[in-house]
Design a protein around this ligand. Structure first.
Ligand code: PLP
Length: 405
């Protein structure tokens, strides 16, 4: 039987997908699973944004739009970036895409040649890896550790740069880690990028969701960076709009026509109704973002308290809506822990391996349930943790498995 897949399709590694598929299969047969897995807010899109979408449909927004996106939305995006301390962009230098996700593939296909090196934080949001694999670029995983709260440093980047390095991905705040690169470190990383002539993709999709005074510095606003940075973001996370599928990227004028062409080939344009809703999100009242941020913050505290009570350490969560916890502390690897937690405790979380974590020590917990549900998840988790520790304690082992004579 011929394989049927193209050379490029064979390059895309599917092994990590199998973990998610396996977990989805286990969950399908279980009642009342508490899902702290996917990065999809449980909160609904604010009412005024939904209404704008409905009004747009009623007024005939059922056609293609300008390929780059509605001009008024691109202006609103440019204004929004500038308002939050980013670089100034003309609307022609903004492309509205069906989610930030598609922007990653457009950028990879537009900028990478086979053999070019792409530096990506590890663990890091995995579609970047898949996008690079499709272009036959060489992936360079820049491993981060607990020592830097799982954030990139200039030193780490410098250690991995070679003459073939082309693109550096910064995801700030990070997914799956929920951590924020300190602003002075962002400045130093950008110095390395300039020195080695790297193009930076700055994924700032979680930038509005930070806690305890942390702030993700917009990369393109730094000296000498606008001309070498693609700022990638979208409305999915800050406005709870994952299902509307609206993201964007903005960059230097020289790079945009080629990227816009690839976007057109992929999508013609982004859904009109989604764009009108995104316009309402960016130009309407912003209190909803702060309300959601406070909600996640409260959940973050509840989750961290519970993990601490179980003796499970975690990276200090400073942004996004994730907690990256060292579940291997329980005595089993993260993948096994996640599967047992699901099967025995009916709580779904994802092992870090999905995001390229090479240790199988960590798992990502999403803050996408209410505080009472998070507490319930923690109770269930505590029971599973206790069962694992009990099994592994020397007293519970049969004499034949003991190593002492
Ligand atoms: N960037 C990061 C870091 C993400 O975590 C996600 C989604 O989870 C995206 C981009 C893409 O989001 P969307 O396609 O919904 O805009």
């Amino acid at each position: 039987m011929p394989d049927g897949r193209s050379r490029l399709a064979r390059r895309v590694k599917l092994k990590d997908k199998h973990i998610v598929t396996r977990m989805m299969d286990i969950a399908a047969g279980l009642p009342d699973v508490i899902k702290l897995g996917r990065g999809d807010p449980d909160l609904d899109t604010p009412e005024h944004i939904v209404r704008a979408g409905q009004d747009a449909l009623a007024s005939g927004a059922t056609h293609y739009t300008h390929p780059l996106g509605l001009p008024e939305l691109r202006q609103a995006i440019a204004d929004d970036i500038a308002t939050h301390g980013g670089a100034r962009y003309a609307p022609e230098d903004v492309v509205v895409t069906p989610g930030g996700q598609q922007a990653m593939f457009i950028i990879a296909l537009g900028l990478l040649d086979p053999g070019d090196e792409l530096l990506i934080p590890c663990p890091g949001y995995n579609p970047y890896l898949q996008a690079a694999e499709l272009t036959e670029a060489a992936l360079v995983n820049v491993r981060t550790t607990r020592a830097t709260n799982f954030t990139l440093t200039a030193e780490l980047v410098e250690q991995h740069v070679t003459p073939r390095s082309k693109l550096l991905i910064l995801i700030n705040p990070g997914n799956p880690t929920g951590t924020v690169i300190p602003p002075d470190e962002v400045v130093r990383i950008c110095e390395v990028a300039r020195e080695h002539d790297l193009v930076v993709v700055s994924d700032e999709i979680y930038a509005r969701l930070t806690y305890d005074g942390h702030r993700a510095l917009p990369v393109a606003s730094l000296p000498g960076m606008r001309e070498r940075t693609l700022t990638l973001s979208g409305v999915s996370k800050a406005y709870a709009m994952t299902g509307w599928r609206v993201g964007y990227f903005a960059g230097p004028s020289e790079l945009m026509p080629a990227l816009a062409e690839i976007h057109h080939a992929f999508a013609i344009s982004t859904s009109a109704v989604g764009q009108y809703a995104a316009l309402a999100a960016l130009t309407g009242p912003q209190e909803c973002v702060e309300e959601m941020r406070r909600t996640y913050d409260e959940r973050r505290r509840a989750l961290c308290d519970g993990l601490a009570a179980m003796g499970i350490p975690y990276a200090e969560p400073q942004g996004a809506f994730y907690v990256y916890a060292r579940v291997a502390e329980t005595g089993v690897g993260a993948t096994e822990f996640c599967e047992r937690l699901l099967a025995e405790g009916r709580v779904m979380i994802f092992p870090g391996r999905i995001y390229g974590d090479y240790t199988d020590d960590y798992a990502r917990l999403s803050l996408t349930q209410t505080v009472p549900r998070i507490r319930e998840a923690l109770d269930r988790m505590a029971a599973v943790v206790e069962a694992i520790r009990e099994e592994r304690s020397p007293a519970s082992r049969s004499p034949s498995t003991r190593s002492d004579p």
